[in-house]
Design a protein around this ligand. Sequence first.
Ligand SMILES: O=C([C@H](O)CO)[C@H](O)[C@H](O)COP(=O)(O)O
Length: 210
Amino acid sequence: MELQLALDLVNIPEAKALVKEVEAYIDIVEIGTPVVINEGLHAVKAIKEAFPNLKVLADLKIMDAGGYEVMKAVEAGADIVTVLGVAEDSTIRGAVEEAAKTNRKILVDMISVKNIEERAKELDALGVDYICVHSGYDTQAEGKNSFEELTAIKRVVKNAKTAIAGGIKLSTLPEVIAAKPDLIIVGGGITGHDNIQTAASQMRQLIKQG
Ligand SMILES: O=C([C@H](O)CO)[C@H](O)[C@H](O)COP(=O)(O)O
């Protein structure tokens, strides 16, 4: 089970400072969509150069032009790139084919997918690397989480790794771990904690215990 730190509300220097504090406890750094909007793919490049031993995920939430946009993220140093599950199959295929050329990975974000099990099955057959259930900021504000959706995709996904994101905190992590995703994505649960090092190390410890 891997731990990904999502960085959403920071600039590049702040992102570097945060990662430096918790790099021992995480596997993947996510350059979040708001950071890409503010800083561009320079943020991916800067973090990959500063932390070459960590995997970097570019949260582009691609909806079209899958091959081209994955190519640009990979050029910037991304190891994993996100594509939306609601995108057309042709977009998913383009993304998967482009990533495979350099052994990079595609994570499909299931945000706003209605028929979650059926779409997860299709995406699995299209050869994506990760399928991630996700309650975004706006649905988190309405009290939603994706714990049940994780159980649903785990029933049908045979090849891809499963992942979960959206509002996960130390207090809810045990419930998430019990559902056994391959990847747990945490943003505010670490970056919004009083002591980010403590939060990250305790999360790592819980994940290790399984
Ligand atoms: O993808 C995200 C969101 O849509 C904003 O871009 C976040 O990275 C994801 O939700 C994880 O962050 P937290 O919800 O703060 O854990």
